[in-house]
Design a protein around this ligand. Structure first.
Ligand SMILES: NC(=O)c1ccc[n+]([C@@H]2O[C@H](COP(=O)([O-])OP(=O)(O)OC[C@H]3O[C@@H](n4cnc5c(N)ncnc54)[C@H](O)[C@@H]3O)[C@@H](O)[C@H]2O)c1
Ligand SMILES: N[C@@H](CCO)C(=O)O
Ligand code: NA
Length: 818
């Protein structure tokens, strides 16, 4: 036999009641014997509560609510039953309504609502429901027997939340079911005391009824039919990726419900737990869903952490003082006084130094708590042995729940590192010795971020998101998203990673969407729907959105954007950038960014600052880490200038090649930055700093390839006018080099901390002689690579190789955050 219990929404509409019938019919057709427990129609119990309260205040508006109940029930009956079959059930319900009206009228006259009359008033909800469901089943060929649970469940007289007298109750139930072999439709929630007066079972009472019946009849399963897909890994309103669990143990279910998952009430499980009867949570409105099975078995293949739950509002109370160390009885006095004041303590921790006890309570109890404790320890506070209470507000609790955590090492490590990498500060932690629950107290604004980050960390099979913010939507920005788009499906399927664009800006517009901007149409969406762009607003918005696994990409060549990195890193958001300006300004800012990276546990990656995607920065990093030291750096660091000399054969003027380089996407947004040597100077400065030299921009000795006149102009167009005047001179230089069998190279060199950039000629056999396209060459001489340097060579500019490098940095961050 199975007990099937239907909640308020499952009997709340004609559509729902029809589903109930299908469910019963399906089970019976499979040969199952069932008994049904019903709750009151959704909304009815609240209205009954209201009626009682109003009547007790002699407020006549109670009759309006009475009429609403009548209308709701009559509406349900007419929707449900054929006209010619309605009269009997309408008569039954009207009779109940009359009885209800009599009691309420009594309350009105007496101006008093006793717990006993309150229970009696509430009992009508389940009685209406049981009558209507039985009548509907009867007209649809299911011969059902309406059972008033007051005949079965016997309690004491604690009205409102009566205690069950189990022995007598069980006898009653077994006897009743022996004598009533038909399908029994039992009213949930209600019971009676030894005088036959109506009592109720408290919150979650109908589940309790089901569990009591199940235990007495020793059924094989109890099904709780509700309107959600069972027990989920987290609250789906807070964690989009939450999903339904197939199985969960009783202990886990109790712990989860304790922390706010409202599918079931822990107390109600007890009779089922005692007899090891499995419970299954099913969805009336999604019958395909197999349900969450709650039992004492946890399957081998199951998750270690079953759920991530939270308590949204708590305050943390810190009770401390030098006078408590080694003094017994302090904790007992503290918690004793709180218990007497009925203050519920949600979490407690005490460090082994015994210098302080920290505990969490509900914010509504904070002030009372202060009063009680300061009163209890008045003497100790006066003499300075105990400090005044320190209460911290606006906090939340995050908890990971799972029985298997006990046997699995590293769970708390992952919990703490996940929160740490997402910049979430932990105020207090508590782990029950059962190791069923690890709880941490964090600041409330971080709650959603923390829930999502932990969910991603513990449910690995689930797709997790990398939330990308990007300023700069030009050549590199667009190419990057073309590349991400091409790999998107692969990442989702193979790496369970969803790279989302959650904020984007160019110099005109900016657009945000925490669920992700469409990656096919993001640029058009930005231009069509974006608001006016503002770098400072953008940075603040990123901070306010406070998303887990966030990365900021700067694809501009802009100084103001570069100046924001420190603030961004301090907001615990990682930064990826091809923009060189932050690392090539004052040394102090470069250092500050490195410090901010370390301090905040985030990443600051800029491989594409030098030689686009070529691994020149990574290489210095790994040489240093392994104990090597870079002594000398030499190379060609400008893709643009490299292209100019590689392509310059005299057939086209030099200035025309500069335009070609621009069109090929090799130059800076302003090509003068390449030709005046500044771009190379910045790169050399960055390589010098990475190798350990504290150089400033003015320490770079820069020999320009072109005369000053080219740069004393106001626009790129004027620059080209001046540049053309220099075409002949460039040709002459080239021909002279040709005569000597040599090639022109604009080289950058760092030697013994001295940095210089100049135009030279090199002959065959020189490492910089053989080059083509936008090639860069970087050679490192180090204590280990002393005889022959390590050389890195390849395309050092261009949209694909640069965007690819940015993408690579982004993925490094993603695996770091995992
Ligand atoms: N092209 C390459 O081969 C290469 C190689 C390595 C590094 N880089 C670097 O990549 C970066 C981007 O280069 P690009 O070729 O894509 O440039 P681009 O001119 O095509 O794009 C720049 C983008 O930045 C935006 N922008 C500029 N100032 C802004 C501001 N204040 N606020 C918001 N948006 C702003 C522009 O609107 C544009 O969308 C530069 O820093 C460049 O040095 C480029
Ligand atoms: N404009 C740069 C792009 C790479 O930073 C170059 O030509 O090398
Ligand atoms: Na690089």
């Amino acid at each position: 036999m199975k007990i099937i219990k239907f909640g308020g929404t499952s009997v709340g509409s004609a559509h729902a009641v029809k589903e109930v019938r299908n469910i019963i019919e399906n089970l019976e057709s499979e040969g199952e014997k069932v008994a049904v427990v019903v709750s009151a129609q959704s909304g009815i119990t609240n209205k009954l509560v209201k009626i009682g309260e109003l009547a007790a205040e002699q407020d006549e508006t109670y009759s309006q609510i009475f009429n609403e109940i009548e209308a709701q029930l009559m509406g349900l009956i007419t929707d449900l039953m054929p006209i010619n079959r309605q009269s009997q059930i309408i008569a039954e319900v009207k009779k109940l309504l009359n009885d209800l009206e009599d009691v309420v009228h009594g309350v009105f006259l007496l101006r008093e609502l006793t717990p006993r009359s309150s229970d009696f008033i509430l009992s009508f909800g389940e009685r209406f429901s049981g009558r209507i469901v039985s009548a509907y089943l009867a007209v649809n060929g299911i011969d059902a027997n309406y059972t008033d649970a007051r005949e079965l469940i016997l309690t004491d007289s604690s009205f409102g939340e009566a205690r069950v007298r189990f022995e007598e109750t069980e006898k009653r139930i077994t006897k009743y079911f022996d004598n009533h072999q038909k399908l029994n439709i039992v009213t949930g929630f209600i019971s009676s005391n030894e005088k036959g007066q109506t009592t109720t079972l408290g919150r979650g009472g109908s589940d309790y009824t089901a569990a009591i019946l199940g235990a007495a009849l020793d059924v094989e399963e109890i099904q709780i039919w509700t309107d959600v897909d069972g027990v989920m890994t987290a609250d789906p309103k807070k964690v989009k990726r939450a999903f339904s669990l197939e199985t969960i143990t009783y202990m886990e279910a109790m712990e989860m419900t304790h922390f706010g998952a409202k599918v079931i009430y822990p107390r109600t499980l007890q009779p089922a737990v005692n007899k090891s009867i499995p419970l299954r949570i099913k969805n009336t409105f999604n019958q395909e869903f197999a349900g969450t099975m709650i039992s004492d078995l946890s399957s081998k293949s199951d998750y270690t952490v079953k759920g991530i739950t939270s308590v949204e509002d708590v305050v943390l109370v810190n009770f401390q003082g030098s006078g408590m160390v080694g003094v017994p009885g302090i904790a007992s006095r503290l918690f004793g006084s709180l218990a007497r004041a009925e203050i519920n303590v949600i979490l407690i921790t005490q460090a082994s130094s015994e210098h302080s006890i920290t505990f969490a309570v509900h914010p509504k109890d904070a002030e009372l708590c202060r009063e009680i404790v300061e009163n209890e320890f008045e003497r100790e506070i006066e003499t300075g042995k105990i400090d005044e209470l320190d209460i911290e507000y606006n906090l939340s609790i995050l908890a990971c729940i799972g029985e298997k955590m006990r046997e699995t090492p590293g769970i708390s490590g992952r919990l703490f590192s996940t929160l740490g990498k997402n910049g979430i500060n932990i105020k207090a932690t508590a782990q029950g010795s059962s190791e069923l629950n690890i709880s941490v107290v964090i600041e409330k604004p971080d709650l959603s971020k923390g829930l999502n980050a932990l969910h991603g960390a513990f449910f690995k099979g689930e797709v997790h998101s990398l939330n990308v913010f990007m300023i700069g939507a030009g050549l590199i920005g667009k190419t990057l998203w073309e590349q991400i788009k091409d790999q998107h499906e692969y990442f989702i399927n193979e790496r369970r990673l969803n790279i989302k664009l959650v904020g984007v800006a160019n110099s005109r517009k900016m657009l945000f969407n925490k669920d992700g901007i469409n990656i096919d149409s993001w640029f058009d969406d930005l231009m069509e729907h974006g608001e006016q762009s503002d770098v400072h607003v953008f940075v603040q918005k990123m901070k306010d959105m406070n998303l887990p696994q966030s990365v900021f990409i700067d694809n501009t060549a802009n100084k103001i954007v570069a100046a924001q990195y420190k603030k961004i890193l301090n907001s615990r958001i990682s930064v990826v950038t091809p923009n060189k300006l932050a690392n090539s300004g004052p040394y102090r800012y470069y250092r500050e960014l490195k410090n901010a990276e370390l301090k905040n546990g985030v990443k600051y990656l800029y491989e594409t600052n030098v030689s686009a995607g070529l691994p020149v920065i990574k290489t210095i990093e790994s040489l240093k880490l392994s104990g090597d030291r870079v002594i000398k750096v030499e190379g060609v660091l400008s893709g643009t200038i490299s292209y100019l000399f590689n392509e310059f054969d005299g057939s086209k003027p030099f200035s025309q090649l500069v335009k070609e380089a621009m069109n090929k996407g090799y130059t800076e947004p302003d090509p003068r930055e390449d030709l005046n040597g500044m771009d190379v100077a910045r790169k050399l400065l960055i390589l010098a700093r990475e190798s350990g030299h504290e150089l400033e921009p003015e320490d770079i000795k820069l020999e320009s390839m072109l005369p000053e006149s080219c740069f004393n102009v106001n626009s790129v167009d004027d620059f080209f006018v001046e540049l053309e005047k220099f075409d002949d001179e460039m040709l002459k230089r080239k021909e002279k080099a040709d005569e000597e069998g040599k090639k022109l190279r604009y080289i950058a060199r760092l030697n013994n901390g001295e940095a210089e950039i100049k135009l030279i000629t090199v002959g065959p056999g020189h490492p910089l002689f053989d080059m083509s396209g936008s090639d860069n060459v970087v050679s490192y001489t180090s204590t280990r690579y002393k005889e022959r340097p390590m050389v890195i060579k390849g395309p050092g500019a261009g949209a694909e190789v640069t965007a690819g490098g940015v993408f690579g940095d982004l993925l490094l961050i993603s695996s770091y955050l995992e």
